[in-house]
Design a protein around this ligand. Structure first.
Ligand SMILES: [Zn+2]
Length: 160
């Protein structure tokens, strides 16, 4: 009986700590498949929630008109007309392309409570959202270039 209680407690603890990774997404791949598809940096940022270096990334200073899609599944995430200069060295947007594109998760790593942002279709980590952005939303989606793919035009695969 006592052993069973401990087992249930442990199972519960484990379930809580791996909640984010175990969530089901429309696009699910094995670690091996992700590693094959992504570059090493893309894999560590998008799948292991690491953060790339500020300024030394592809899109922080990109001013071209176009769209930003998910590196993991190609879903449309952000459009260039919502991108702004945040001065942080990461591509920053005041809102996602639509309200279903991204999901949030409470991130308590490093002793801070932050709002982690990931792709709603494949769960790839994108960055964090902060409440010090410009009008009209007041939000700052601070994204990693490694999780995004810029294109001047959207192709049909991004609209699925
Ligand atoms: Zn995705």
């Amino acid at each position: 009986m006592k052993r069973l209680t401990i087992f249930v407690l442990l199972a519960h603890l484990l379930a809580c700590s791996t909640e984010a990774q175990q969530k089901k997404f429309p696009v699910m791949k094995t670690e091996a498949e992700w590693k094959k598809q992504l570059t090493e940096q893309q894999y560590y940022v998008a799948r292991k929630e690491e953060t790339e270096s500020p300024f030394n990334n592809a899109y922080h200073d990109n001013h071209e008109k176009g769209v930003y899609t998910c590196i993991g599944c190609g879903q449309l995430l952000f459009a260039s007309d919502t991108k702004f200069e945040s001065g942080t060295g990461w591509p920053s947007f005041f809102k996602p392309a639509n309200n279903k594109a991204v999901e949030e998760h409470r991130d308590q790593k490093f002793g801070m409570v932050r709002r982690e942002v990931h792709c709603s279709r494949c769960g790839s980590h994108l960055g964090h959202v902060f409440e010090d952005g410009p009008k009209p939303t007041g939000l700052r989606y601070c994204m990693n270039s490694a999780s995004l793919q810029f294109a001047k035009k959207l192709n049909s695969r991004n609209l699925m």
